[in-house]
Design a protein around this ligand. Structure first.
Ligand code: FPP
Length: 267
C-alpha cells in the first residue's frame, strides 16, 4: 500500500467492512478513445486495475469480491475481434496471476454460463480455480458470459428438475431461500456494496437478485484508472450510508417511537 492508500484505509472502520463487494468494470473503451488508442488498449490497461483492486481487497480482509468481466450480451454484440482479444487477455491473466492469487490466499471462482465459452478458455479457467482452491482467504469471483436473468432462469430450471426427480410438480418448492440456493452465487453472501465505474447509472443485468439491498457507488473514474485507492474511497462512502433494508432510518425510528409514546402518554 502506498501512502494515499494507507491514509484512506485508516479512515475506514475495519469492523464494518462490506462482506462482499461487486464491481461493474466499465469505461475501457472510453479510456482508449481519449488517448486515440484502439478499444483493446483499454481492456489491456484494465488488467492493471483488476490486479490492484483484487490485491487491496484481499489485503484489507474483504471476504468476497465479484468482478463483472464479460456479460452474455458483450459476447453476442461486440465484434469477434474484440471478443477474441478479451478471451486471450483473460487466459493470459489466469496464467500470470495464479502465483499472486496464491500469495494473497485468494480462491478464484466463476459465475456465468461457462460451458458456452471456448474450450481452451474453459481449460485455463479450470486450471486457475483448481490451483487456488485450497486457499482460505478472499473468494474472487469472475463473472464471465454472465447474465443475471439467465442465472435466475437456470435456478428455476434446477428447481423444476429437482421437483420432477422427486415425484412431480407438487414437490416444486419456490421460496426466496430455494431460489437463492440455486443461484450461481449460492455459496456467497449477497453483496453489501456494488461499484460501477465510468459514471453509468445502470446495473446492466448484473446480480439482479443478489443486489436487492446493496449500496450503489458510482464513480466517474474509468476502469483502467481504478486502483485500490478508489476501492477504499468507495468503501468509505459505503460506511457513511445508513442501511435500512426497507425499515426506517435510525433517527426517524427513534423519533417515531418517541412520538408514539408521547401520544400514548397524552391519552
Ligand atoms: C467494459 O468497458 C469492460 C469490459 C466489457 C471488459 C472488462 C475486461 C477487463 C477489465 C480486462 C480483463 C479482465 C480480466 C478479469 C482479466 P467497455 O468496453 O464497455 O467500455 P466503454 O463503455 O467505455 O466502451
Amino acid at each position: 500500500m502506498d501512502r494515499k492508500e494507507s491514509d484512506a484505509y485508516l479512515r475506514l472502520d475495519s469492523a464494518r467492512l462490506p462482506q462482499h463487494i461487486a464491481i461493474i468494470m466499465d469505461g475501457n473503451g472510453r479510456w482508449a478513445r481519449r488517448r486515440h488508442l484502439p478499444r483493446i488498449a483499454g481492456h489491456r490497461a484494465g488488467v492493471a486495475a483488476v490486479r490492484s483492486t483484487v490485491e487491496t481487497a484481499a489485503r484489507i480482509g474483504i471476504p468476497a469480491l465479484t468482478l463483472y468481466a464479460f456479460s452474455e450480451e458483450n459476447w453476442k454484440k461486440r465484434p469477434k475481434s474484440e471478443v477474441d482479444f478479451l478471451m486471450r487477455l483473460l487466459c493470459q491473466y489466469l496464467k500470470a496471476e495464479i502465483k499472486t492469487l496464491n500469495g494473497n490466499n485468494i480462491r478464484l471462482r466463476y459465475i456465468g454460463r461457462q460451458h458456452e465459452l471456448p474450450d481452451i478458455v474453459q481449460r485455463e479457467m479450470a486450471e486457475a480455480s483448481e490451483a487456488t482452491a485450497a486457499n482460505t482467504g478472499m473468494i474472487l469471483t469472475l463473472a464471465l458470459n454472465y447474465s443475471a436473468r439467465s442465472e435466475i432462469v437456470d435456478a428455476f430450471r434446477a428447481l423444476a428438475e429437482a421437483a420432477s426427480r422427486n415425484g412431480g410438480l407438487s414437490h416444486l418448492e419456490v421460496t426466496e431461500q430455494s431460489i437463492s440456493e440455486n443461484l450461481y452465487t449460492r455459496d456467497l453472501p449477497d453483496p453489501d456494496l456494488v461499484v460501477r465505474t465510468s459514471g453509468e447509472m445502470r446495473l446492466s443485468n448484473f446480480l439482479l437478485w443478489q443486489l436487492a439491498y446493496a449500496e450503489i457507488y458510482v464513480t466517474q473514474t474509468l476502469w483502467p484508472d481504478f486502483r485500490g485507492l478508489q476501492l477504499l474511497e468507495g468503501i468509505e462512502e459505503y460506511q457513511k450510508r445508513e442501511r435500512r433494508y426497507g425499515g426506517l432510518a435510525h433517527n426517524s425510528a427513534a423519533d417515531h417511537a418517541q412520538s408514539r409514546s408521547h401520544a400514548q402518554s397524552k391519552h
